[in-house]
Design a protein around this ligand. Structure first.
Ligand SMILES: *[C@@H]1O[C@H](CO)[C@@H](O)[C@H](O)[C@H]1NC(C)=O
Ligand SMILES: *[C@@H]1O[C@H](CO)[C@@H](O)[C@H](O)[C@H]1NC(C)=O
Ligand SMILES: *[C@@H]1O[C@H](CO)[C@@H](O)[C@H](O)[C@H]1NC(C)=O
Ligand SMILES: *[C@@H]1O[C@H](CO)[C@@H](O)[C@H](O)[C@H]1NC(C)=O
Ligand SMILES: *[C@@H]1O[C@H](CO)[C@@H](O)[C@H](O)[C@H]1NC(C)=O
Ligand SMILES: *[C@@H]1O[C@H](CO)[C@@H](O)[C@H](O)[C@H]1NC(C)=O
Ligand SMILES: *[C@@H]1O[C@H](CO)[C@@H](O)[C@H](O)[C@H]1NC(C)=O
Ligand SMILES: *[C@@H]1O[C@H](CO)[C@@H](O)[C@H](O)[C@H]1NC(C)=O
Ligand SMILES: *[C@@H]1O[C@H](CO)[C@@H](O)[C@H](O)[C@H]1NC(C)=O
Ligand SMILES: *[C@@H]1O[C@H](CO)[C@@H](O)[C@H](O)[C@H]1NC(C)=O
Length: 282
């Protein structure tokens, strides 16, 4: 029995699967992935979900690259299996042991985080290169909208701003024990702290975002879909929120059209995920 649970819309989609047939000897293991799509909520390729066959990937146009960070969680640890890129119907492993991706909707460069620093992947030429000379063990990476600067989150939960083409880093002291990081389109930095609550980093320190469920254990933050000009995106369980730099938040309600696109995309992602697993199991 295959159970697929889709937990996040927008730029970043996290898909979890538990498949008892393919995991016969590892009772506590979950095979999961995070997906990073280069054209969030802007699919105009079809109106009608029922007209799309299950096994085709019409939603993600042929030139779109979808990144998949694959990891396996066991009782006590999370093991990164690598970053895959899906394009034109094919899935390819591009970085063994890769852990995080920062994609840019309008550009062909994606920044990848690895345990020995930053790599850059060109989605057009499909070339991978080391970026800069840092060697941090990275679990989160985001790129600014207005500059080429990046923020990285390292395995020891410290956030750095990376400047001068990956050759210099500056510690962001305001972000304490971050679990995840995200930027909005105005380059405000948000993070999820050790308590699972999101914060925004302001000039006078980090501020806790108000108006969210107090006890969410599954909050995921990311850049917001492009149509949301201000604020970042937070998925708390199945409910999306927009979180703002003034530390407020509001629930986000999908329009009917967006809901269809979202569901369609999730089906497409399931196909990609199965394809990826199929390939790696051979
Ligand atoms: C969304 O799609 C429309 C139609 O293809 C295109 O004109 C527009 O530029 C896209 N917007 C973004 C932000 O990609
Ligand atoms: C989507 O719907 C609109 C209006 O309902 C129609 O004009 C358009 O051709 C449709 N697009 C597709 C791809 O079916
Ligand atoms: C889906 O397509 C069918 C036939 O093509 C049409 O009758 C139906 O109204 C469409 N549904 C939506 C939600 O667009
Ligand atoms: C799509 O998948 C559903 C459930 O997995 C199945 O019932 C349906 O027949 C499939 N449709 C097509 C066109 O394959
Ligand atoms: C896909 O990208 C290639 C190379 O950049 C370009 O020549 C082609 O027109 C693109 N196709 C679509 C459907 O956008
Ligand atoms: C951020 O990106 C958006 C979309 O690409 C662009 O319209 C906007 O001008 C950018 N913001 C700034 C401050 O440059
Ligand atoms: C990276 O390169 C810069 C400029 O070449 C140099 O100043 C810096 O010390 C280097 N950093 C590391 C960690 O090697
Ligand atoms: C968490 O929040 C939900 C909804 O507000 C509530 O039903 C539940 O009892 C809460 N659980 C704990 C442990 O506080
Ligand atoms: C916070 O910012 C949002 C978005 O800009 C705005 O709608 C809201 O009114 C602001 N709230 C306060 C208390 O300033
Ligand atoms: C898995 O691989 C087999 C053999 O190549 C193929 O027949 C099957 O359709 C694949 N399944 C998926 C879900 O891609």
């Amino acid at each position: 029995m295959r159970v697929l649970l889709v937990c996040l819309a927008g730029l970043l989609v996290c898909l979890k699967t538990a498949d008892s047939h393919s995991l016969p000897h590892k009772d506590y293991e979950t095979d999961s992935s995070k997906h990073y799509i280069t054209n969030p909520l802007n699919d105009t390729s079809g109106n009608n979900s029922s007209s799309v066959p299950n096994n085709s990937i019409r939603n993600l146009d042929s030139n779109t690259t979808t990144f998949i960070v694959r990891y396996v969680t066991t009782v006590d640890k999370k093991e990164y299996k690598g970053i895959y890129a899906h394009k034109n119907g094919k899935v390819k492993k591009i970085l063994e042991g890769g852990r995080a991706v920062s994609v840019w909707p309008s550009k062909s460069r994606a920044y990848l985080g690895h345990k020995d620093g930053i790599y850059v992947y060109d989605t057009e030429t499909e070339k991978l290169e080391k970026y800069g000379n840092l060697s941090d063990s990275i679990i989160g990476i985001v790129k600014e909208n207005c500059t080429d600067d990046l923020y990285i989150l390292t395995e020891d939960h410290v956030v750095y701003k990376v400047i001068e083409e990956g050759t210099k880093k500056i510690k962001v002291n305001e972000a304490e024990h971050a679990e995840q990081i995200a930027l909005d389109w105005d380059d405000n930095l948000y993070y999820i702290g050790a308590n699972n609550q999101p914060y925004v980093v302001a000039s006078d320190g980090a501020k806790k975002i108000e108006g969210l469920p107090a006890n969410s254990t599954s909050a995921v933050i990311s850049r917001a879909p492009i149509k949301i000009e201000h604020g970042a995106w937070l998925m708390s369980g199945q409910q999306p929120y927009v979180i703002y730099p003034n530390a407020t938040s509001e629930p986000f309600v999908f329009s009917d059209q967006e809901k269809l696109e979202y569901e369609k995309r999730n089906r497409d992602l399931q196909v990609i995920f199965l394809q990826m697993r199929n390939q790696t199991e051979k």
